[in-house]
Design a protein around this ligand. Structure first.
Ligand code: B4P
Length: 191
């Protein structure tokens, strides 16, 4: 199976590139952000709790997102692989993902880290916030809080995969198609 982690700060283009990758490689897209927003739109207890944190730019507790991913892995047997988008966001989540995959005799083939500077991230998210209705994109202060959460809690995840020899960095500024081409080149070289 081809299991990939698509990594990067908020607004780096993980969701955008995932859409293209699932089509090309016929993978299942697992975006914890999308799953959480789905819970919010259904008004579940989990959704209501997550909304409060997400609107403040904070991460949702590890056990909540790990449980969601565990369910999705079980619900989707016999697939070509998964793209993990926005997950893992902490080292505890990365360790849990390795353990979950091991139970299914699977592993992460590679991690692709999209590199985008903070000014560009802020610009993209504010632009999306104008018509997406996403409260976490609408306000520069919340965007900066999300980037700070990323820097303190999520960047150590890159080192976790680096130690396993699985970290691949891709410059994330440029046209969506050019970035997609660079990501595809990385994937073709994975074994
Ligand atoms: P996510 O839904 O994961 O969202 P994101 O980081 O904001 O977005 P992404 O990087 O996917 O950006 P996109 O492609 O859409 O997380 C939201 C929140 O959920 C988190 O803050 C947290 O609270 C919670 N959460 C999620 N997962 C969690 C976890 N594992 N643990 C704890 N909490 C969790 O691109 C952004 C914009 O840029 C779009 O408008 C796009 O059109 C544009 N864009 C993309 N590529 C571009 C390019 N090349 N050039 C110009 N614009 C581009």
């Amino acid at each position: 199976m081809l299991n990939l982690v698509l990594f990067g700060p908020p607004g780096a283009g993980k969701g955008t590139q995932s859409q293209k990758l699932i089509e090309k490689y016929q993978l299942i897209h697992l975006s914890t952000g999308d799953i959480l927003r789905n819970e919010i739109s259904k008004g579940t207890t989990l959704g209501l709790e997550a909304k409060k944190l997400m609107d403040e730019g904070k991460l949702v507790p590890d056990e909540v997102v790990i449980g969601m991913i565990s369910n999705k892995l079980t619900e989707n047997p016999n697939v070509k692989g998964f793209i993990f988008d926005g997950f893992p966001r902490t080292v505890a989540q990365a360790e849990a993902l390795d353990a979950l995959l091991q139970k299914h005799n699977e592993r992460i083939a590679g991690m692709i880290s999209l590199e985008v500077n903070e000014d560009e991230l802020e610009k993209r998210l504010l632009l999306r916030g104008k018509d997406s209705g996403r409260a976490d994109d609408a306000n520069p202060e919340i965007i900066r809080k999300r980037i700070a959460e990323y820097q303190s809690k999520t960047t150590p995840v890159a080192n976790f995969y680096k130690q396993q020899g699985k970290l691949n960095t891709v410059y994330g500024i440029g046209s969506i198609d050019d970035i997609f081409k660079k990501i595809s080149e990385v994937i073709e070289k994975l074994n």
